[in-house]
Write a protein that binds this ligand. Structure first.
Ligand code: ATP
Ligand code: MG
Length: 647
């Protein structure tokens, strides 16, 4: 019969600093299916090293190893994992249980990497735990179990997949004599049911219970004795699975990875919360600061916009400073009519003006009267503090009505009388005040008063027929001032047949507006970048610490049959879960902040846009994956023994 384990001239060297130590020296050993072998030797003789190589946890430096005929000395980590999962059950001196999982969950871990159905897994876990006297301890965590109980949990874990070979490295080392004896009974029963049992021990009494004793010294086998007494006919009562379930399919291993990741998040709530906190703070501060910034930017822009960046003036002539009498009458009411037809023009008003004296009960003031249309007030962004502007009818009929500004009100009504409906004298005739308007922008203290009347009334009642001094219009804010100016010029050029006018936009204001907008965007982006950086560093730290801390867990999972890819999936999914939960919480948090914010101020509101949310989530996912994935990949590629050694 083919031996289940065969070692041929196996050597293992370790490099400690610059020195190479040869721990195993050309060891050849062959173990048959169903044997019970004790490996004995002095401390440091290489017993554990040998055991790890037999258990596919470590590879020899030179030599050949066969498990059930499969060569493993140059196998890749996936094949080693498969062999561990299928044939080998390891029992460690120091149990190596996962502290955050219950006994039941610890026992079931190896089965999660196989295709064993869930009901069978639960049934086997319970049956094994019953047999080993753990029936009422299934929901305890390792810390709540005695040493002997923990060792029995690790035996159940070694048996869950129906391992044919049980490897026990000093299994009684940490147990009292009674628990040690109970453990040996279990191993005997396993042997009796056809398992191959290999025990490393320095206790001769225990070694003598085996039929074969292999003695090792300084990395060499110095004795290999078989005793005749064999008790290979004991009761068969430890359940073995009816069939080999094989490895888990991709779908199933992903499903189990999700469950494991979730379980591990629950098992490390504080750590999960802290990782998430970094993301939550990062995302909510990015999203909030961008929303506040965008809100403030829009508020400032609309405030500046009111000052007339979307207005345009058309004047007769070729430019300022050059009087061209023949062009004085270039602008007409026909032009106003043409301009009003354009969909991109939101309002048009002619302007004619006249200097005159306004008189009211002993107060008088020399004032510039602007004759305008009813559209003038909205297109110039004037706000009425009292009353209203003129109506279309007032303009059509040339009614003697008047709108004054706040300076005018203070000049004419220093006692604080209500100006609305009051009659004043202009050019010897009575005019009625119908509104008080306020100009946008900073208040000019001690300035001249302004007064507006229908341009028809000005021409009919004060100056007589008079050419238009200017036309002012407001264009849609989808156009730039340059675009609006060139459209206007094209239009009027067609009407007039010659260029007898010029347009004027407030270029300075427009470019100041653009500069303000640009520098605010830059400021917002800088704040967002800083928040992301702070959040990112937080996530990075927690992720790095947690993967390092979890190297031991990775070692356990590898040793019970997980492939490196299973480990990667688990960590990847954990990182994705943390990032997603953190991201959602962060966005909700900033939205909540936005709602609170709007309760306290109505100066401006936070404007949420999609791009910072996408940007922040993408960035935190990237950080989570980078700092979760790469350290996990490094750990998953470790030798299981090395990973286990880190605690
Ligand atoms: N990863 C390692 N790096 C360097 N040296 C190692 C490593 N692992 C083991 N050794 C060395 O190999 C030798 C054998 O170690 P091993 O653990 O196999 O001994 P052992 O026979 O199991 O001893 P004990 O009875 O004390 O458990 C020791 O001298 C040890 O220092
Ligand atoms: Mg040892």
């Amino acid at each position: 019969m083919q031996p289940i384990i065969e070692l041929h001239r196996v050597s293992r060297e370790f490099t400690a600093g610059t020195q190479k130590i040869r721990v195993l020296n050309a060891v050849s050993l062959s173990i048959e299916q169903g044997e019970m072998v004790a490996i004995v030797g002095a401390s440091g003789s290489g017993k554990s090293t040998l055991m790890n190589i037999i258990g596919c946890l470590d590879k020899p430096t030179t030599g050949e190893v066969y498990i059930a005929g499969t060569p493993v000395h140059d196998a890749d980590s996936a094949l080693l994992a498969e062999l561990r999962s299928r044939y080998l059950g390891f029992i460690f001196q120091r149990y190596h249980l996962m502290p955050y999982l219950t006994a039941q969950e610890n026992i079931a871990i190896p089965a999660l990497y196989t295709a064993m159905p869930e009901d069978e897994r639960i049934a086997r876990t319970q049956a094994l735990a019953e047999k080993l006297g753990l029936g009422n301890r299934l929901h305890h965590r390792p810390a709540q179990l005695s040493g002997g109980q923990q060792q029995r949990v690790s035996i159940c874990r070694a048996l869950i997949n129906g391992a044919k070979v049980i490897l026990a490295d000093e299994p009684t080392g940490a147990l009292d004599s009674v628990s040690g004896k109970a453990l040996m009974d279990v191993l005997h029963q396993l042997h009796a049911t056809g398992h191959t049992v290999i025990i490393v021990t320095h206790d001769l009494k225990i070694a003598q219970q085996a039929q074969r004793i292999v003695e090792i010294s300084d990395g060499k086998i110095i004795a290999d004795t078989r005793s005749t007494s064999s008790n290979n006919d004991g009761p068969t009562y430890l359940p073995t699975p009816e069939r080999d379930n094989g490895r888990a399919s991709l779908g199933r291993s992903l499903y189990e990875s999700v469950r494991m990741a979730w379980r591990s998040l629950l098992g490390h709530r504080l750590r999960a919360f802290l990782s998430m906190l970094g993301i939550i703070i990062g995302i909510s501060s990015v999203v909030s600061s961008m929303a506040v910034g965008e809100g403030a930017r829009q508020a400032i822009m609309s405030e500046i916009g009111k000052l007339g960046t979307t207005t345009l003036e058309i004047r007769p002539g070729t430019g300022w400073g050059e009087k061209r009498p023949e062009m004085e009458r270039a602008l007409s009411l026909d032009d106003i009519h043409t301009l009003q037809q354009q969909s991109w023009i939101l309002g048009v008003s002619p302007i004619v003006s006249s200097m005159n004296i306004i008189v009211r009960k002993g107060y008088d003031s020399s004032t510039m009267f602007s004759g305008v249309s009813q559209d003038y007030f909205t297109l110039q962004g004037l706000r009425f503090v009292q009353g209203n502007g003129f109506t279309r009818r007032d303009v059509a009929e040339g009614e003697p009505v008047l709108v004054i500004d706040e300076t005018g009100r203070d000049t004419l009504f220093p006692e604080g009388d209500d100006p609305l409906g009051q009659i004043v004298q202009i050019a010897g005739a009575p005019w009625r005040i119908i509104g008080v308007a306020s100009k946008p922008g900073p208040k000019v203290v001690g300035g001249f008063m302004s007064a507006w009347i229908p341009y028809t009334a000005l021409q009919q009642r004060i100056t007589g027929e008079k050419p238009l001094e200017a036309i002012t219009l407001r264009f849609a804010d989808t156009l730039t001032p340059q675009e609006a100016a060139s459209r206007t010029e094209r239009l009027l050029l067609r009407e007039h047949g010659k260029k007898d006018f010029f347009t004027q936009t407030d270029d300075q204001l427009a470019s100041a507006l653009q500069k303000t907008s640009d520098s605010m965007s830059l400021l917002i982006t800088a704040i967002a970048a800083i928040s992301l950086l702070v959040g990112g560093v937080g996530v990075m730290n927690i992720m790095l610490v947690s993967v390092t801390k979890r190297t031991h867990e990775i070692g356990i999972r590898l040793s019970v049959g997980a492939r490196p890819s299973d480990i990667m999936n688990q960590f990847l999914i954990e990182a994705v879960m943390i990032c997603t939960l953190g991201g959602i919480t962060g966005v909700l948090g900033s939205w909540l902040f936005g709602s609170l914010f709007s309760l306290f101020t109505d100066e401006f509101s936070m404007v949420f846009t999609a791009s910072p949310v996408v940007m922040a989530c993408g960035f935190s996912a990237l950080i989570g994956l980078t700092f979760g994935y790469f350290p996990a990949r490094r750990a998953a590629r470790l030798n299981p023994t090395e990973a286990l050694a880190r605690e």
